[in-house]
Design a protein around this ligand. Structure first.
Ligand SMILES: [Zn+2]
Length: 332
């Protein structure tokens, strides 16, 4: 007897918190987004803010019509480094959230609640769909720059929470001031605001202008790609794997990737052209919130696989929640 996962057997909630808004959505076991909700609200360190997030989660679940007993939990993505041992934000200068933990949000969320690093969550949503890639580096180019690393099909976190923090890779001596307090980091050169500030904050408008040949956009993009190419080349030398450009810039600027590849090729000491390893992200629909939700889905599916293999060995194929028997071949 074989089993397949019932897509709507369980659901998970993902929350993406930024400086000025909260995105909340519900996904099923196959990553389909049932409902997504975006509410403007300035982040603040206060009880009323975490209570507000709890209300957003409740309202999103209500809107989805999903039976609350089928909710696996809630992944809350925030900018900032998170300690695996304490679950607290250990470095949070983007929105001043250092010290915040899942327990703070859990006071208003009646489900298992996880706190996750936003750029790692975006990478997780991307890796989820790339079954053929074992190793990859995801660069998140949004309001801040971050990254996540997939090695041997597992997320790599180094000895702590720092791995992949490419936003603080130093690319220029005596360069621009970064929010971390240092000078010359990649972040102030390649966050999405560097482009969007020329088009009233709209990254879509920036790329529209670039495609139309707007001279200002062309000049800004020229500088931007020169700086991004330094980082891509450094990452390639260190990891030697597929590099995915993600975040808002990766999602919107995929058709202009050739400009970045050409500059990376000029820096590379090897002949292998960047078009063989530098690719745009394929998952562009709220990757941070979806990725945050997927941690719980992934865990559930892995536990289910383990339980099913034990059950099939022990009793010849006992049914378990979220699965059903089929006559077809096993899909695992
Ligand atoms: Zn920095």
């Amino acid at each position: 007897m074989a089993y397949t996962c019932v897509a709507d057997g369980r659901f998970s909630v993902g929350v993406d918190i930024t400086r000025d808004r909260v995105r909340c959505l519900v996904v099923n076991l196959e990553r389909r987004v049932l409902v997504s909700r975006r509410t403007r609200r300035e982040f603040e360190r206060s009880e009323s803010y975490v209570e507000f997030v709890g209300h957003e989660v409740a309202a999103t679940i209500e809107e989805s019509g999903v039976d609350r007993s089928l909710i696996l939990g809630v992944g809350v993505a925030v900018p900032g480094l998170i300690s695996e041992s304490t679950g607290k934000v250990t470095y949070g200068r983007v929105i001043d959230n250092a010290g915040l933990s899942a327990a703070d949000f859990a006071r208003y969320i009646p489900y298992e609640t996880r706190l996750v690093h936003d750029s790692e969550a975006a990478g997780f949503a991307e890796f989820w769909d790339r079954q053929t890639v074992d190793n990859a580096f995801y660069i998140s180019l949004s309001k801040s720059v971050g990254g996540s690393v997939l090695i041997a099909n597992g997320m790599y976190r180094g000895d702590g929470e720092l791995a992949g923090e490419v936003g603080h890779m130093r690319i220029h001596d005596h360069g621009l001031r970064c929010y971390c307090g240092r000078d010359g980091c990649l972040d102030p050169y390649c966050n999405s605001g560097v482009l969007a500030q020329h088009t009233d904050g709209s990254i879509e408008d920036f790329f529209e202008g670039l495609s139309a040949g707007d001279p200002e956009a062309v000049e800004v993009w020229e500088r931007y790609t020169s700086d991004l190419a330094i980082a891509v080349n450094n990452i390639r030398v260190m990891f030697g794997c597929t590099i995915i450009l993600g975040g808002d810039v990766g999602a919107q600027g995929g058709s202009h990737l050739g400009d970045v590849r050409a500059k990376v090729d000029r820096l590379s000491f090897l002949e292998a052209p960047a078009e063989t390893y530098l690719v745009p992200c394929s998952f562009t629909e709220h990757p941070i919130a979806v990725g945050a939700a997927l941690y719980l889905v992934d865990e559930f599916r892995q536990n289910l696989d383990t339980a099913l293999s034990l059950a099939s060995r022990g009793s010849g194929g006992r049914m378990a929640d979220g699965s059903r028997a089929t006559d077809g071949p096993p899909d695992q």
